[in-house]
Design a protein around this ligand. Structure first.
Ligand SMILES: [Zn+2]
Ligand SMILES: [Zn+2]
Length: 264
């Protein structure tokens, strides 16, 4: 998408709920933590999941699948039915994001998996053998009503992030930020007209210096990012620096965290 085709036609979502179903940071005490990330994204208003005859209508999304069976255990504790997921989006190939997929597909085959086109054939065949649908993502594309993929970024490790249009601005959900957190945010700015309301997920700053993290925080501020929720591979140092600079607009994210748009 170029300047002329920036997306901003329909009104954004009003009621969105993001539940972090897998993260290495603790949050909800009943849930165990393991290295990885997954989040369940749903709209919590009266709209049906599939508005009859409406192209691109809302679909419930599982973004990444964590590292293994713990995903299903956590979903059960959070009362999220695997069957309520319509679409699985995999950010990148690493097992801490894709490891829970096979177990999940045993519970729900009736999903479409949006995965990077560069995934190995064996991985794609495996998903197809389970009976699930596959969409191979390369360029930025729409996934359902008000939800888009950034398209693949990065060379060595190709990764896609999720963009959700809400009435408060854009919500960006990132798996591991291998292509660079600033690169991802700049790409979102290029693709979409709306302001960025929330950026959450793995920022990949575990080994970054304080100076580099503070530079990234100042770029976030310049770009008008309003809320931040760094988790997974963001690292303790980055999490506390983001908290210091964003104050009450910092969201402490870990396994079991529920983010309701209307409450922010
Ligand atoms: Zn990774
Ligand atoms: Zn990761």
């Amino acid at each position: 998408m170029n300047e002329q085709t920036k997306v901003a036609s329909t009104p954004g979502l009003k009621n969105l709920t993001i539940t972090v179903t897998y993260d290495n940071n603790p949050c909800e005490q009943r849930l165990e933590t393991e290295w990885g990330f997954a989040a369940f994204i749903t709209r919590t208003d009266s709209q049906p999941r599939f508005a009859a005859g409406v192209a691109g209508a809302w679909k419930n999304i599982l973004f990444d699948t964590g590292g293994g069976r713990l995903l299903l255990e956590n979903m059960e504790k959070l009362a999220i039915e695997p069957n309520s997921v319509d679409v699985v989006v995999l950010s990148h190939i690493h097992p801490d994001h894709t490891g829970g997929l096979a177990g999940f597909l045993e519970k729900n085959l009736n999903v479409t998996v949006y995965l990077p086109k560069s995934f190995p054939k064996k991985f794609k065949d495996n998903v197809r053998d389970h009976g699930a649908g596959i969409i191979e993502v390369e360029e930025s594309m729409q996934i359902c009503e008000n939800v888009y993929s950034t398209g693949l970024l990065g060379r060595l490790i190709q990764e896609q992030s999720l963009i959700i249009r809400t009435d408060k601005g854009l919500v960006v959900i990132i798996g591991c930020a291998h292509p660079g957190i600033v690169n991802i945010i700049n790409t979102v700015k290029d693709l979409m007209e709306d302001d960025i309301f929330l950026v959450m997920g793995g920022f990949h700053l575990e080994w970054a210096s304080k100076g580099r993290i503070e530079k990234i925080i100042s770029i976030f501020k310049q770009l008008g990012v309003f809320h931040v929720g760094p988790c997974h591979c963001s690292g303790h140092k980055a999490r506390s620096l983001f908290e210091k600079h964003f104050g009450s607009n910092y969201i402490n994210i870990g396994a079991g965290k529920v983010i309701t748009l209307a409450d922010l």
